[in-house]
Design a protein around this ligand. Sequence first.
Ligand code: NAP
Length: 308
Amino acid sequence: MSEPVVERLALIGIGLIGASIALNAREKGLARHVAISTRSAETLARAQALGLGDSYHAEAAEAVRDADLVILSVPVGACGAVTAGLAGALKPGAIVSDVGSVKGAVIAAMAPHIPAGVHFVPAHPLAGTEHSGPDAGFAELFVNRWCILTPGEETDVAAVETTRRFWQGCGANVETMTAEHHDLVLAIVSHVPHLIAYNIVGTAADLETVTQSEVVKFSASGFRDFTRIAASDPTMWRDVFLTNKDAVLEMLARFSEDLALLQRAIRWGDGDTLFDLFTRTRAIRRGIIQAGQDTAQPDFGREHPKKA
Ligand code: NAP
């Protein structure tokens, strides 16, 4: 095993993302000591039962004492208050990071609480599932996924490098960009697709002419793939839309314009417009597979049961 990236790692919040980081830190020896803290006694006890850390703390301030790297894995809307609660216990030279799906609002909420002499390196691993809580964590979650760092211009270069090495140690590819750019990119690749999924599943649930049982029965026709995304954590996604409002509204406006064009093409029997778009979108799928971001197996490699 190579040298650890940091001596003491403090993980504040130990759900899907926090637990997956913990498993990496321990399995790959990225930290000599992993200290864990979370809001509820139940989740802390579960993390302990799963053996995710070396020490467990009811108070976040206790976990971060003497930590070299502190990673907050809590909902975006809670990042400011959680930082305020632990800031006083941070040691000079420590790095504070997060995993929030929105960067501009999280930075605005956390930065005012970061003491002088402590480095703030915001991060966002583009990896997740529709499951929550410490039991949902798994070590392979970040392998060949991107982790985007959004440090400020003044941020200490060595602190950014340590954070980069930590995420690379988890198997992620690391890229750096501004928080503003991150929020715009994520609005189109993640936030708007989630909103569309929530909307279409909601529309189907409200239909009266097609019964709910038919929606479930015939779901493999396409609907099913939206339901995975629409099963994502309600707290997390509420916070994403409340905090990345401008970028989401900008991308949603473009989406609505393009949807109106498709509506028009269908109304006027303009098959060429439909065919051209569907041809271009197929190419995007091929690009994602070539970039190693998904499997080339049909139907996402799902197993299809054979009829007896
Ligand atoms: P999760 O599984 O629901 O875990 C959430 C953790 O945050 C738990 O430890 C929970 O503590 C704690 N928490 C919840 N509300 C809190 C509050 N108001 N104050 C303090 N702590 C609170 O969530 P997750 O999926 O790991 O997501 C955590 C972060 O990762 C979010 O910021 C999200 O944007 C980001 N992220 C998620 C994904 C994804 O697909 N899930 C992907 C990339 C980034 P208790 O259980 O003890 O109450």
